[in-house]
Unconditional design. Structure first.
Length: 375
């Protein structure tokens, strides 16, 4: 039975112009199970924040883990690339990249351009959402036009494939009004009783229900999740990425979205999101620990078995991205070209890296980092 505190969407085939505005009624999240899930998620997130501080160069995290987020989020939208293709593309110049890997790297670019936008502006606004959308999709327009016939359709090849399962709002001024309301909600600091994790769960669903752009709404909404956690002070940098969890639980993710619009099933949505934050925080915490342990073990080898100059700087470079090229070390002014090649080849001899000849170029794959990111 629908909750009387939330107006549902009675007909999936017509625009949901009566989408309830925010905030939602507090009774929809004041629930013992919801608060228990919230507590576990906040504890895991706090542990991750504390662990991330242990890495002096956080570029190691933000470069490598954000690539995995971009890959997983793009796969949700049926944009596929292999790890090798992605890592090679990231290590190359932008002009040399094409195909799915380029789309994945645009997603990663959106993470950082949106983060910089918020750092400068200090708050969310329509310009933020439009910038993330435009960077991700490469379209230059903004909110959907009132005449755009947008439907969310059933996927797959079953008997219901292609049928509308949800029709987002449309009409003159409607999207503008709903986005203004959403932006006011996420910026409102006068509601201390609404925990930031409850807020991000509500705001993410609201954004997806508004579906303000003609494409890229899923990716834009997932990037928003990351930025809101940083904006709320729960993380220093955007290093928590939920897309791997959402990709694994894709059917449940969409089912829970639909359950809110059709049955006001907010509790299941909150529990799903909090479980994702908890599990992803734990997974990222373990990745950080593994990276730190791998670096410590390798630096001991370099110091004891080689005469490599500035081994710490060399390790920082090879742990910043899975594939390293001689050019990277030269561009960072760490070593001259011949020295850089010599040192990377020594890493191959030690089993730290694997040398791969791809498209006429030499790439050095950090085997431990590749393993850690693949888990």
């Amino acid at each position: 039975m629908p909750d009387q505190h939330y107006r549902i969407n009675p007909d999936r085939t017509i625009p949901w112009n009566n989408l309830p505005k925010l905030p939602i009624d507090a009774s929809l999240y004041r629930d013992l199970d919801v608060f228990e899930g919230l507590g576990k998620a906040k504890a895991a997130l706090g542990k991750l924040q504390g662990r991330s501080i242990a890495i002096p160069n956080q570029g190691i995290l933000v470069n490598t883990i954000s690539l995995q987020e971009a890959k997983a989020s793009s796969e949700i939208e049926h944009i596929f690339t292999t790890d090798d293709e992605l890592y090679k593309a990231y290590s190359d110049e932008a002009t040399q990249i094409d195909g799915p890997a380029k789309e994945v790297l645009r997603y990663r670019e959106s993470i950082w351009s949106g983060h910089e936008y918020l750092t400068e502006k200090g708050k969310f606004d329509l310009g933020y959402f439009e910038q993330v959308y435009r960077t991700t999709t490469q379209y230059t327009d903004g909110l959907r036009k009132p005449f755009a016939q947008t439907y969310i359709r059933q996927g797959g090849s079953g008997p219901n494939a292609g049928k509308p399962i949800y029709t987002p709002p449309r009409g003159e001024g409607i999207l503008e009004d709903l986005m203004d309301n959403l932006i006011q909600f996420v910026n409102d600091v006068q509601q201390p009783e609404i925990d930031p994790l409850i807020k991000v769960a509500i705001a993410h669903l609201q954004f997806e229900a508004i579906h303000p752009f003609r494409d890229g709404n899923g990716r834009t909404g997932r990037i928003f999740n990351i930025h809101y956690l940083v904006h709320s002070g729960l993380l220093d940098l955007p290093i928590l990425y939920l897309s791997k969890y959402i990709l694994r639980e894709k059917e449940q993710y969409y089912a829970n979205l639909a359950a809110v619009t059709q049955r006001a099933a907010w509790k299941d949505w909150f529990l799903f999101m909090f479980r994702g934050i908890e599990e992803t925080s734990q997974d990222t915490f373990q990745k950080i620990t593994d990276i730190l342990n791998a670096k410590e073990a390798i630096i001991q080898v370099l110091e004891n078995q080689t005469s490599i100059a500035r081994p710490e700087s060399l390790l920082e470079a090879i742990f910043t991205q899975p594939f390293t090229k001689v050019k990277h070390l030269v561009d960072k002014k760490l070593y001259a070209e011949n020295t850089a090649r010599q040192y990377l080849n020594q890493l191959v001899e030690l089993g730290v890296c694997e040398k791969r000849r791809i498209s006429g170029g030499d790439y050095y794959l950090n085997l431990e980092l590749y393993r850690i990111l693949g888990n």
